[in-house]
Design a protein around this ligand. Structure first.
Ligand code: SF4
Length: 359
C-alpha cells in the first residue's frame, strides 16, 4: 500500500537520501545502503533490505515508501519482445516494451518507456493518441519503469539484473518533451553512475516535433540521441498526420534538428511510419531527400502496424522496398526497422493500455 503522507524515496539522489536519513536521526551511511537497494537492486520493500537493522526497517516503513511501478501482467511476442503493463500509485497504467537484442550469444535489452499516461499530440494513426491524454508522469514514475522492467525480467530469465538493460528509449506512451522537467530529471536518474547507470548515448528521446523542448534539450550538457517522428515531408500532410506540425512546421523543426546535430555532433534519427497511399509515393521520397540531405540524419522506416478502429493500412512489401530504395539512391542513410512485438500490439503506435484503460 502507498500513502500520500509517507516520504517518497524513489527519485531521491544519494545526497537527498542523506538529508532524509539525517532528518530522522540516523547515520549518513544508511543513505548509501538505501541507494543501493533502490537503484541497483530495485527493492521496494524495506523488509527485504537485509543490511538495515530490523527496527530501522519498521521505522522506515512507517514514514517512507519506494513506489517502483507495480507490474500487473505481461504479454510475450514470438520474437521475445515483452510488453509489461505497469501501475502507478494512483492506479494509472502505462505500457513498457522490452526488446531483446542478441550480439554474439549475449542478449541484452532495450526498454521503451512511457513519459505520460495517454498522449495529447493525437497523431492520426496512433492508438495512444486515440485514447486521449490523462496526465504527465513524474520523474520517478518514468525511471521507475526501467527498475520495474529490470526486476521482472531478471526474475523471469533468472539472470543478474545489473547489466540486463543497456538502452532506454523514450518512445512509449506520450510526448516526453511536453513533460520536460520530469523527463529530464528521469534522464539524470537513469544516467547516475552509482545507480541505474544507463550511458547517455544509450538514451534516446523521441519527439513528435516539440521544438521548444528540443531547444531546451540543446542547453543541457548531455549526449542523448534525439529521434524525431517525421512521418510526412510537406506541411499540409504533416498537419493532418502529426497535428503539432501546425504549431511547429517543418522549417522550424528541421532548423532545431540541424542545430541539435551540430551541437552534439551526432546524427538525428528521423522516424517515418509507412502508410499505404498516404506518405509512400515517389514524390514523398523526393521531398524527404530534399529535406534531410543537408542534415546529419538517420532515417528509420517503420512499416505501419495496423490498429483496429483506425483507417490506415500498411503498404505492400514491394512498396516498402521501393520506398527504401528511392531514399538510399537519393543518398540518405536509411534503416528499415525490424518489426518487433507486432503480435502483442507492442510495436510503435500500438500502445494503449487499452484492455485496462483507466477512466
Ligand atoms: S505517435 Fe507518439 S506523439 Fe503521436 S499520438 Fe502516438 S504517442 Fe503521441
Amino acid at each position: 500500500m502507498t500513502d500520500q503522507k509517507k516520504t517518497e524515496l524513489l527519485g531521491m539522489s544519494q545526497t537527498e537520501l542523506e538529508d532524509f536519513v539525517v532528518s530522522i536521526s540516523e547515520p549518513k551511511f544508511r543513505a548509501r545502503q538505501l541507494y543501493k537497494w533502490i537503484y541497483q537492486k530495485q527493492t521496494a520493500s524495506f523488509y527485504d533490505m537485509s543490511d538495515i537493522p530490523r527496527d530501522l526497517r519498521f521505522k522506515l516503513d512507517d514514514i517512507a515508501q519506494i513506489s517502483i511501478p507495480r507490474f500487473l501482467k505481461q504479454r510475450v511476442s514470438q520474437d521475445g519482445t515483452r510488453k509489461f503493463l505497469l501501475e502507478m500509485n494512483d492506479k494509472k497504467r502505462v505500457e513498457t516494451v522490452i526488446i531483446p537484442q542478441t550480439h554474439e550469444k549475449n542478449t541484452q535489452y532495450t526498454v521503451c518507456i512511457s513519459s505520460q499516461v495517454g498522449c495529447p499530440i493525437g497523431c492520426a494513426f496512433c492508438a495512444t493518441g486515440a485514447g486521449g491524454f490523462q496526465r504527465n508522469l513524474l520523474a520517478y514514475e518514468i525511471a521507475g519503469q526501467v527498475l520495474s522492467s529490470r526486476r521482472e525480467l531478471a526474475k523471469r530469465l533468472k539472470r543478474n539484473e545489473i547489466d540486463l538493460i543497456t538502452n532506454v528509449v523514450y518512445m512509449g506512451m506520450g510526448e516526453p518533451l511536453l513533460n520536460y522537467d520530469e523527463m529530464i530529471k528521469s534522464v539524470y536518474m537513469l544516467n547516475e553512475h552509482n545507480g541505474i547507470n544507463i550511458g547517455q548515448r544509450h538514451i534516446t528521446i523521441s519527439t513528435a516535433g516539440e521544438v521548444s523542448g528540443i531547444k531546451r534539450l540543446l542547453q543541457e550538457d548531455l549526449q542523448l540521441t534525439l529521434a524525431i517522428s517525421l512521418h510526412a515531408c510537406d506541411n499540409d500532410l504533416r498537419n493532418e498526420l502529426v497535428p503539432i506540425n501546425k504549431k511547429y512546421p517543418l522549417e522550424m523543426l528541421l532548423d532545431a534538428a540541424r542545430e541539435y546535430s551540430k551541437k552534439s555532433n551526432r546524427r538525428v534519427t528521423f522516424e517515418y511510419v509507412l502508410l499505404d497511399e498516404v506518405n509512400t509515393r515517389k514524390k514523398d521520397a523526393e521531398a524527404m531527400i530534399k529535406l534531410l540531405k543537408p542534415i546529419l540524419a538517420n532515417v528509420n522506416l517503420i512499416p505501419y502496424n495496423e490498429v483496429s478502429g483506425l483507417d490506415f493500412k500498411r503498404p505492400s512489401n514491394h512498396r516498402i522496398n521501393q520506398f527504401y530504395q528511392w531514399l538510399t539512391a537519393g543518398g540518405l542513410n536509411v534503416t528499415l526497422r525490424e518489426e518487433r512485438g507486432t503480435d502483442i500490439e507492442a510495436a510503435c503506435g500500438q500502445l494503449a493500455a487499452k484492455k485496462d484503460r483507466q477512466t
